[in-house]
Design a protein around this ligand. Structure first.
Ligand code: AMP
Ligand code: FE
Ligand code: FE
Ligand code: ZN
Length: 288
């Protein structure tokens, strides 16, 4: 590894709403000059094995996932994302929870499509499901159908308030965030709150909640992320410092579903080593 390793701890493949397959993702990570990449698909570990099998020489792979969570401290409850690293992919309770969330995503996707169709918008659920190709289905897949139908031209536009951002947005049945942190730790994993201050995505949670999560096992906060303004990044760093949490930075790469590039934001080696040291699930970081 070079003196200053390049570490990107948040990326998506076709196992969820990215556009590169897991094997293509790790190859692209190596080509981008990364030393470490984490695969963190939404609510699934399905990309781990194909990413591992294709791991290029010199690249280390952190196996992870991004869990769809919810905080029930406000009405309506606030959706949030929890990154989980190096957990045991066979931990029964966590496996069951992920399967439940994936099923809830399908059910909610189908209901969103029904709302669109009721307004005369010609999108097809079977086609959208086929577009997800067995990966965790999400709004980006519905966005593609809106683009195909010529109703919007970009994914960003599809997430506008007239479409999937508000008018046709439905909640899904996520994991209670306290339960998620506990389940990830019980599975030997290391939980990091993804883009915790991304106000442009919707409502954010108060710092008090983050303190409460830190008290039950949250390990870190993602500070450097394209959805955080410089002020939001600084706030997250200060909060992490106060709570003794580690800080990460990452691209949240989604292939062509987003414009951000692999390695656009990175994590420093100390934070990465803390994650590895705390992991008890799949303990070793795989190296190609
Ligand atoms: P879902 O998980 O189905 O609720 O959809 C949320 C996903 O959509 C996120 O994980 C992002 O990948 C993507 N997303 C959210 N907001 C935007 C946006 N403004 N532009 C493009 N993609 C977005
Ligand atoms: Fe996503
Ligand atoms: Fe996220
Ligand atoms: Zn993500």
């Amino acid at each position: 590894m070079s003196a200053a390793p390049r570490i990107d701890l948040h990326t998506h493949s076709t196992a969820s709403d990215g556009t590169l397959g897991p094997a293509e993702l790790v190859r692209a990570a190596a080509e981008s000059g990364l030393d470490v990449v984490a695969i963190t698909d939404h609510d699934t570990t399905a990309g781990w094995a194909p990413a591992l099998a294709a791991l290029p020489a010199g690249l280390s792979l952190v196996r992870g996932a991004e869990l769809s969570c919810r905080w029930y401290g406000e009405e309506p409850p606030v959706p949030l994302h929890l990154l989980a690293y190096l957990f045991d992919p066979d931990a029964p309770e966590l496996v069951a929870e992920l399967a439940r969330v994936r099923a809830a995503r399908e059910e909610r996707g189908e209901r969103i499509v029904a709302l669109l169709r009721a307004d005369g918008i010609d999108v097809s659920w079977p086609e959208i499901l086929a577009g997800a190709a067995g990966g965790t289905v999400g709004r980006p897949h519905i966005a593609q159908a809106l683009i195909r139908a010529g109703l919007v031209t970009t994914t960003t536009e599809a997430f506008g308030s007239d479409w999937l951002g508000e008018r046709y947005r439905l909640p899904k049945e996520d994991i209670d965030v306290f339960r998620a942190v506990r389940l990830v730790r019980a599975a030997g994993g290391v939980p990091v709150f993804a883009h915790p201050r991304a106000s442009r995505r919707g409502r954010i949670v108060p710092d008090e909640l983050i303190a409460d999560l830190a008290a039950i096992g949250l390990a870190g906060l993602e500070a450097d992320h394209e959805d955080h303004s410089p002020a939001e990044r600084a706030h997250v760093r200060a909060l992490a410092d106060e709570l003794g949490l580690l800080v990460t930075g990452s691209s949240d790469f989604h292939g062509t579903h987003k414009t951000v590039r692999l390695g656009a934001f990175t994590t420093d080696a100390e934070a990465y080593e803390r994650i590895v040291a705390e992991a008890r699930g799949v303990t070793e970081v795989a190296s190609g």
